[in-house]
Design a protein around this ligand. Structure first.
Ligand SMILES: Nc1ncnc2c1ncn2[C@@H]1O[C@H](COP(=O)(O)OP(=O)(O)OP(=O)(O)O)[C@@H](O)[C@H]1O
Length: 232
């Protein structure tokens, strides 16, 4: 009988000796990192320390020049751009600091978009999007245009869109940096909610108060892991 690790012990994300430079600017230097199911990991560091580059590499948006990235059981070196895009669309959620809702689509259709791109019928996707909007407290905004939302509402809609596929791992790059404390807390609570079903959250932030909500902090300095701490 096999005695391999149980599914809740297999990392969802594993970076091993990852290095990357833009032209001659080193951005990541031999970074190793693992993220387990149900974990919230804060990646911190000052401006230019490599946080966003780490997110791009981890989410398969950027191929690192050295090292290995294992994401959701895939060695990304062997996954072509199309398959990586499908993986992102179906199993990964990404939330950025400035919301990128499609301006011409009502909020409901923005949230439904990942499902329609994955082949769901518009009707089924809209039903799921209405449920997702209810979960983030935005039912009343379903038919609004993105421009009619406040910053906090738009970020909650972006979270609903990122979570509608029930991703196994969510990457959030400074998701509350543009929000007031109350709006920020709401968005963080929504993001952290994914851990209840065993998904992981990788939270990129330069804000210590936000980082303190994580289970673990990985601090970057000039592209290297300077410090790693278990917070809870
Ligand atoms: N597209 C790019 N072309 C050239 N250099 C880049 C590019 N993106 C990032 N860099 C450089 O790589 C280094 C790491 O940048 P990165 O954006 O990953 O840091 P960061 O910690 O996310 O910064 P910030 O908190 O300011 O967003 C910096 O020196 C930056 O100037």
């Amino acid at each position: 009988m096999s005695t391999g690790p149980s599914p809740d012990q297999v990392p969802l994300l594993e970076l091993d000796g990852v290095s990357h430079a833009y032209a001659r600017t080193p951005a990541l230097r031999e970074v190793s990192l693992t993220v387990a199911p149900g974990e919230v990991v804060a990646v911190t560091g000052s401006s230019g320390s490599g946080k966003s580059t780490l997110l791009h590499v981890a989410a398969g948006l950027l191929r690192p020049q050295a090292g290995r990235v294992h994401l959701l059981g895939h060695d990304l070196a062997g996954v072509d751009a199309t398959a990586r895009a499908v993986l992102r669309r179906s199993e990964i959620g990404i939330v950025l600091q400035y919301v990128q809702l499609v301006p011409d689509l009502p909020v409901l259709d923005n949230v439904a978009l990942p499902l329609t791109l994955n082949g769901s019928s518009l009707a089924a996707a809209r039903t799921a999007a209405a449920d997702a909007l209810a979960e983030v407290g935005l039912t009343d905004a379903a038919s609004a245009a993105p421009a009619e939302l406040s910053g906090g509402q738009a970020q909650r809609a972006a979270v609903a869109r990122a979570l509608i596929t029930s991703p196994r791992i969510v990457f959030a790059d400074e998701p509350v940096a543009s929000l007031d404390p109350v709006g920020g807390r709401q968005v963080l609570d929504l993001l952290r909610g994914v851990t209840a079903r065993g998904a992981a959250l990788v939270l990129i932030t330069h804000d210590n108060t936000v980082a303190a909500l994580a289970d673990r902090e990985v601090r970057l300095r000039q592209g290297s892991v300077e410090h790693e701490a278990v917070l809870r």
